[in-house]
Write a protein that binds this ligand. Structure first.
Ligand code: CA
Length: 421
């Protein structure tokens, strides 16, 4: 079965390179870059003896085997959010199964005890990129000339930073900042980060081991990708060697030449990220979390004059405005305007009929989060769930504070009136 048929408006190409570096005796990194399978991945092995090599190579081999029979038919037929979630769920389960396979292999061979690896996977299907991530290898996206890291390192330092426990300066000084908090192989269970992005023509994705990002700054990576584009693999590896080459270095560069034009490439974009970051609900989320939450989002285009929320419409989604302007009406009276970043709909994250009407004043684009998907996300991503719940509570508290301030003003006015009378 061809994943990306020749007639498809989606065309991707890739290049990959791996180097042992200047100080290591062997290369414990492994990778795959297979446009026909729509599969791109980097694994960085660790563990004494041959453990690291065995772990990363086994992970990539198992991944390749799994990708060839990915249950993608439903998504390819209709790229709905439910089909997207099913494929992301399968990808996470596949990575969990690889974790179990590594554990089992180490159980059988004492020399391999404690082996493990990181894993970054990009699975491309019909204009969408399905991402899974464990460890400190990274995935970057270069779009519109700007480089973004779309994964978050599973290291002690990044964990303390994301939780808001330490500042960036404190983390930079922390002696254990680079200690891995998640990996495949060492533990019976693993939490897999998954995200989804809509591809756009001209996108350039980079998957790499820490042998690259440990030696070359993000600015350096951006400069080389901008300059050499799809041919950036050799100069990137050379830059890591010039920077010291203290570790194995592996890069997979994936370029999107052509994309289905009718698809709005909003999910995973900077525009969507900026809209969410402005929103009180999402403001506590890190960059990677802002991306992760979009995997359950649906793009909704609304014509001017159309209603999105109302007493007669289903109240089963939370919305965030990306483009355009909408008005809020209560009993035919306009009570507010919604613009980029403003959330509305099922704000309390429960389904309840709305007593207001929200109507588009101009053509608008929204990110819609179906409540059924939000509930699923809360189960699979507890960190994200806690931050979203906190955002919702803070917003409710702010609203209550505004209401009680208004009430206090009315009481004062009433008292003044009574004194006059
Ligand atoms: Ca490494």
């Amino acid at each position: 079965m061809a994943i990306i048929p020749d007639s498809s408006p989606l065309r991707v190409h890739s290049a990959a390179l791996s180097d042992t570096g200047k100080h290591r005796g062997n290369n414990e990194d492994a990778y795959i870059a297979d446009p026909a399978l729509g599969l791109f991945a980097v694994a960085d092995g660790m563990g004494g003896h041959a453990g690291g090599e065995v772990a990363s190579q086994l992970a990539i081999a198992l991944l390749k085997e799994a990708a060839a029979r990915a249950p993608d038919a439903a998504y390819l037929q209709s790229p709905s959010v439910a089909h997207r979630r099913a494929l992301l769920g399968w990808l996470a389960q596949t990575v969990e199964a690889i974790n179990e396979a590594l554990l089992e292999r180490a159980r059988q061979d004492r020399k391999l005890h404690g082996m493990g690896c990181t894993l970054d996977v990009a699975l491309v299907r019909a204009g969408g990129l399905f991402l899974a991530h464990v460890g400190d290898s990274r995935t970057y996206l270069l779009r519109g000339g700007v480089l973004r890291q779309v994964t978050e390192d599973h290291t002690l330092g990044q964990g303390l930073l994301s939780a808001g426990v330490l500042s960036a300066e404190d983390v930079a000084r922390h002696p254990q900042r680079n200690v891995l908090t998640r990996a495949l192989g060492p533990f019976p269970a693993v939490q897999v980060d998954t995200s989804f992005l809509e591809l756009a023509a001209g996108d350039l994705f980079l998957l790499c081991s820490d042998g690259l990002h440990g030696e070359v700054s993000d600015e350096g990576i951006q400069r080389l990708l901008l300059g050499a584009r799809e041919r950036a693999a050799p100069p990137l590896v050379q830059a890591a060697l010039d920077g010291g080459g203290r570790d194995n270095v592996t890069v997979v560069v994936l370029g999107v030449a052509q994309c289905p034009a009718e698809r709005p490439s909003l999910i995973g974009s900077q525009r969507a990220r900026d809209a969410l970051a402005q929103s009180p609900l999402f403001r506590r989320l890190t960059e990677a979390e802002l991306l992760r939450v979009q995997k359950i989002a649906v793009v909704q285009e609304v014509a001017a004059g159309a209603a999105v929320v109302g007493p007669d419409l289903p109240a089963d989604a939370l919305y965030v405005v990306v483009d355009g302007e909408l008005s809020v009406h209560r009993e035919e009276v306009s009570v507010g305007v919604l613009r980029c970043g403003d959330p509305f709909g099922s704000m309390a994250l429960v389904e309840a009929p709305s007593d207001v009407v929200v109507r588009a004043e101009t053509p608008a684009r929204l990110l819609s989060f179906p409540l059924a998907e939000v509930r699923e996300l809360f189960v699979t991503d507890p960190v994200l769930a806690a931050k979203l719940a906190r955002g919702a509570l803070e917003r409710t508290a702010e609203r209550l504070a505004r209401v009680s301030a208004t009430l206090a003003r009315y009481r004062k006015a009433a008292k003044a009136l009574a004194a006059l009378g």
